[in-house]
Every structure is written in structure tokens, then in C-alpha cells.
Design a protein around this ligand. Structure first.
Ligand SMILES: [Zn+2]
Ligand SMILES: [Zn+2]
Length: 397
């Protein structure tokens, strides 16, 4: 039985909060209206808050009413930022900030965590402490990393930290819980191939960086397919070359070709192997063509890896709300990246997905980062109830 019921007064409040946030999407580290709104909701319910971590971050704290000799503390995290997208939805709660949009559902994540905080403040029938972490700048700004570096877990020590993301395409009323890898590590590749430019009609006097680059792009696709075991999803990886730049005229061979791309993987050893193979391919392909190549790799978010014990806790909490069929334990991890990884690198825990409903292509029924996406109001009570059940279970007195 859900502690927070559909159509309850708290569900109605959550819809109001979510629509307010959806109308005012703000980008990484600039979530000022958002942060003020979160703070107002929390303080109007007499919940203590700490502000200022990673600029706009908030940590709210609720203590259980039962004393304990060995009190535990857990962290629950929601991301609060939006994306630089122009919303194409036409409903009343559409974005009022031109060019900005809550297209990843962080308005919903924030609202579910607010709902859980408000509920647990009133029903603090547990022992120990729960910290509600409202984290800015998930979309590329590594706000999670900044919060950790600014002392999140020194100020608010937690025995475990948990995260949740909505997942379009998974039906309402379902959860997906991964034992280990859930989101990938992301690195960016910058490749420079230098030949010798000149008149395109005299290729015998030139070294062609474009032909060399084309061969590099093709050869790079052998790295994953010929070095990694195909059977294990956690050992998989992606290399995509996505930007190609060379030349300005059809009759002039350029000196240089520039490539950029993205690299995704879960396991660090796999990542190291791939990077070494990429470097070898670039060096020797260029050498064979008489050109020279260089590679720079910029590290992005690390992989989000759950601890199996905490994934099990999440599954037990979800099982109090939905049937076991609705808790997916074998979904492949995503090649998307998530800065909750930095929190999991600093404190053990787990990150799960909650179904946002079918992807229909209609208003709201879209994949993440789509201009017609919308978080599903119908899952607000289930998501908030999940936080409540997880807290009750872990902080049982
Ligand atoms: Zn996103
Ligand atoms: Zn997101």
C-alpha cells in the first residue's frame, strides 16, 4: 500500500510544485528560482535546510523520533537542473523560459523528493536521520562532483546514498534496479590528423588527411567489435565519431582534418583497453598513409555503479509498493551518463529507474531530452512513496 496515495492532498501539492518548476527551468548552477522554491516548500513544513553547496544545492534533514544507540543516516538525492532546449509542448505548465526546458524530468525528481521530505517530517516513525540532497547541474556541469568536493559527506555523513531517475518507455508502476552498472562513463575524443595540403588536382604531391581520417573512422569501429566480449552487457562499450571538420573548398586539399567523438563504457579496465587501442589505430593508420595523428581524451562523468547490497535494499523497498513482476532486475544498463556516479564514488549506494510510461510521441510521451517530453504526474505518489518505504526500511527502529 502506497503511503502517499494517488489523488491525495499531497499528490495535488506535488503536481502544483512540479508544474511551477516545469514552468521555470534553469540551467546548471543557475537554479536560483528553483533553489528558492525548494527552500520555501521545505521551510514552510518546518524542515531544516542547509544551502550553498555547489552554489544552488540544498540539503534538507529530517530526524526520526525514536532514539537509538546506533543511529543510521542515509542520503536521498534528486537533481534540479534543466536543459538548453526549446519546449514544443503546448500545455498550461509549459516552460516560460525561452530556450530552457525540463526535458529530463528533474522537475519530477525534485518534486518526488520534496513529497517524501514533507511526508517523512510528519511521519517520522523511524530511528536515525535522512538527508534530502537537492543537487544542481547534473546535465554536464558535474554538480554532484562539486557537492562532494565542497564537503557534502563531511557535513552530512551518510552510510549510503540513493538516487532515482524516471525512465520513459517503462510502464507506470514499474522500477528497474541494476545490481552493478546502471549508467556509463563518458569521455570525449579529439583527434587531429595532419597531412600536406595543396591543389586537389595534384594528389601525388600531397598527403591526404581526409582519406586518412576516413580510414581512421572506419578502423575505430573495429575496437569494440573485435576487442570486447559480445555476451556481457557490462563489458560493452560505444565509440561514435560525431564531428568531422576539414577543408573549405572543393579544389583545395586541407592540411588537417579534425574529428571529435564520444566514448562510453562501464568498466574502467575496458575503458583503458579501448583508449589504448584507439591511440594505436590512429598512430599506425596515419603512419601508413604518411600523415601524423594526435589524440586527446577529455574525461567526463565516471560510470554509475551500484553496490549489490544497496540495489537489493531498493528492490525490497519497491516490493512494498508494486508486484515483483514490476521490478525489473535484468534490464541492460544505459550508455547515458549521470553525475550521481560522483556520489557513489564517495559513498556506497544505488541508483534506480522508475517507469515514466509509454513512449507514444504524443505530448509528454517522449524519451528524455526531447522537446515534447514531460514528466508523468501520475508517478509522483509512487516515486515519493518509494523514498518513504526505503527510509522506513533502512532506518527501522
Ligand atoms: Zn538528462
Ligand atoms: Zn536526467
Amino acid at each position: 500500500m502506497q503511503p502517499i496515495k494517488p489523488q491525495s492532498p499531497l499528490h495535488q501539492s506535488m503536481i502544483t510544485w512540479r508544474h511551477w518548476l516545469h514552468q521555470r527551468p534553469e540551467l546548471s548552477f543557475k537554479e536560483e528560482l528553483t533553489s528558492n522554491y525548494i527552500a520555501n516548500v521545505l521551510t514552510s513544513h518546518n524542515i531544516e535546510i542547509h544551502r550553498g553547496l555547489a552554489k544552488t544545492g540544498i540539503v534538507a534533514t529530517v530526524h526520526g523520533k525514536h532514539p537509538s544507540d546506533n543511529p543510521k543516516t542515509i542520503g536521498l538525492r534528486a537533481d534540479i537542473d534543466a536543459l538548453p532546449l526549446q519546449e514544443l509542448n503546448e500545455f498550461a505548465h509549459k516552460s516560460q523560459h525561452d530556450g530552457h526546458m525540463h526535458a529530463c524530468g528533474h522537475d519530477g525528481h525534485t518534486t518526488m523528493l520534496l513529497g517524501a521530505a514533507v511526508y517523512l517530517k510528519e511521519h517520522n516513525d523511524f530511528s536515525g536521520t535522512v538527508h534530502f540532497i537537492f543537487q544542481p547541474a547534473e546535465e554536464g556541469g558535474a554538480g554532484g562532483k562539486v557537492m562532494v568536493e565542497e564537503g557534502l559527506f563531511d557535513l552530512f555523513p551518510c552510510s549510503a546514498v540513493y538516487g532515482m531517475h524516471n525512465w520513459p518507455g517503462m510502464p507506470i508502476g514499474t522500477f528497474a534496479i541494476h545490481n552493478r552498472a546502471v549508467m556509463a562513463a563518458v569521455d570525449t575524443l579529439f583527434i587531429e590528423i595532419t597531412g600536406k595540403g595543396g591543389h586537389a588536382a595534384m594528389p601525388d604531391q600531397l598527403i591526404d588527411p581526409v582519406l586518412t581520417g576516413a580510414q581512421v573512422i572506419t578502423a575505430l569501429q573495429s575496437v569494440v567489435s573485435r576487442n570486447l566480449a559480445p555476451a556481457d552487457p557490462e563489458e560493452s562499450a560505444v565509440i561514435s565519431i560525431t564531428m568531422v571538420n576539414a577543408g573549405k573548398a572543393s579544389n583545395v586539399m586541407p592540411d588537417t582534418m579534425y574529428l571529435q567523438g564520444t566514448l562510453r563504457y562501464y568498466d574502467k579496465a575496458i575503458g583503458d583497453l579501448i583508449k589504448q587501442r584507439i591511440e594505436t589505430i590512429i598512430k599506425h593508420t596515419c603512419e601508413a598513409m604518411g600523415a601524423t595523428g594526435s589524440l586527446r581524451i577529455e574525461s567526463g562523468y565516471p560510470a554509475t555503479i551500484n553496490t549489490p547490497e544497496h540495489a537489493e535494499n531498493c528492490a525490497l523497498a519497491a516490493a512494498k509498493l508494486v508486484s515483483s513482476d514490476a521490478i525489473k532486475r535484468a534490464m541492460p544498463p544505459s550508455m547515458g551518463a549521470e553525475d550521481f556516479a560522483y556520489l557513489l564514488n564517495a559513498c556506497e549506494g544505488a541508483y534506480i529507474w522508475i517507469g515514466n510510461g509509454e513512449v507514444s510521441g504524443e505530448h509528454g510521451g517522449c524519451m528524455l531530452h526531447n522537446t515534447r517530453y514531460d514528466f508523468n504526474n501520475n508517478i509522483l505518489p509512487l516515486g515519493a512513496s518509494y523514498w518513504v518505504e526505503l527510509t522506513r526500511m533502512l532506518l527501522k527502529y
